[in-house]
Design a protein around this ligand. Structure first.
Ligand code: FAD
Ligand code: MG
Length: 293
């Protein structure tokens, strides 16, 4: 059976798109590998009506409401390849099954490449974050360390004093000119140029000279890229952003491949649950229009 839309990625963006299409009684296949980007965090903040709720719970509730629509096929699994052209796409899942659809939507999210520092990855989402709007308030205006990954980290360090007492750890990654140092100083940011050796305890930073700095929390700008290469393999162009790489889309969320759309973190910046939901709802309505006109 040829479905109206195949959605790869059934998290916030993908489900928000599916909801619009299902309510238009369109046939939708959602293929979801279940690896939401925020799976490392126990609380999600900043999404209206769901502030502080477990991000898994937000996704589970949305899914419970989706699966009652009779034109939905939900597949727990991984899409391995997308092929074909507008009106005749196929998506192959890891079990070898081919799913047919007139349109495609990539709502695949992004990966976070973290700086290679001992102790960082196991604290990601626990005491190390990238988004102050998501996790800054809970640090109670305590001591915050910002670990540099590139030029965007200066921007992160400049923003952060809203949430606490900030130390900017340049870690040999950024070199600050006098004007930037003055800007950071005016914001009350302490600059630490000694390289970071390790992160221990809750958020203790061990420096190369043996000093240990304790923080309420750490922030670092991870580099992002679409969580799966299949859009690229289909021919969808990507574009560089200050945060990494994303799938290029036009204002209707259509990629450079006709009939293939993309939304959520994989196809917009900045990133949040609210923005992914909005982008997905918009993509869903635009996909519907593309099936009609
Ligand atoms: P995702 O939620 O990442 O979902 C993508 C889905 O696609 C996943 O289920 C994945 O498994 C699936 N997928 C990918 N490839 C395939 C494939 N080939 N086949 C099948 N399925 C596939 N935002 C907030 O608003 N508040 C917060 O408090 C917050 N905290 C965060 C904490 C951390 C540690 C991180 C990293 C992020 C946080 N975010 C937060 C950001 C938030 O997670 C993202 O903005 C949001 O998840 C984006 O939704 P999405 O649907 O675009 O992508
Ligand atoms: Mg999604």
């Amino acid at each position: 059976m040829r479905n109206d839309v195949i959605i790869v990625g059934g998290s916030y963006a993908g489900m928000a798109a599916a909801l619009q299409l299902l309510r238009a009684r369109r046939t939708v296949v959602v293929i979801d590998a279940g690896l939401r980007r925020n799976r490392f965090a126990r609380h999600s903040h900043g999404f209206l009506g769901q502030d502080g709720v477990d991000p898994a719970e937000i996704a589970a509730k949305a899914r419970t409401q989706l699966i009652v629509y009779p034109t939905l096929t939900w597949i727990n699994g991984r899409a391995e390849a997308a092929n074909g052209v507008k009106d005749a796409f196929t998506v192959t899942t890891a079990d070898g099954v081919r799913h047919e659809g007139r349109r495609l939507l990539f709502a695949v999210g992004v990966t976070d490449a973290l700086p290679q520092i001992d102790g960082m990855s196991e604290r990601w989402g626990e005491s190390i974050f990238h988004c102050p709007y998501c996790h800054g308030y809970e640090l109670d205006r305590g001591r915050i360390g910002v670990i540099a990954t590139g030029p965007m980290s200066v921007h992160q360090a400049m923003l952060m004093p809203e949430w606490g007492e900030v130390t900017f750890l340049t870690n040999g990654v950024v070199t600050l000119d006098a004007a930037t140092r003055a800007d950071l100083d005016a914001r009350g940011v302490t600059i630490e140029d000694t390289p970071v050796t390790q992160i221990k305890g809750h958020a203790d930073v061990l420096l190369a000279d043996g000093r240990n700095l304790s923080f309420a929390g750490l922030f670092t700008a991870s580099r992002n890229a679409p969580a799966t290469p299949i859009a690229g393999a289909l021919g969808c162009e990507t574009e560089e952003t200050p945060l990494g790489t994303q799938i290029r889309t036009d204002p209707t969320k259509e990629t450079t491949v006709a009939g293939a759309f993309a939304c959520g973190d994989a196809a917009r910046i900045p990133h949040s649950v609210s923005l992914a939901v909005a982008d997905g709802a918009w993509a869903g309505a635009q996909l519907h229009r593309s099936l009609v006109f």
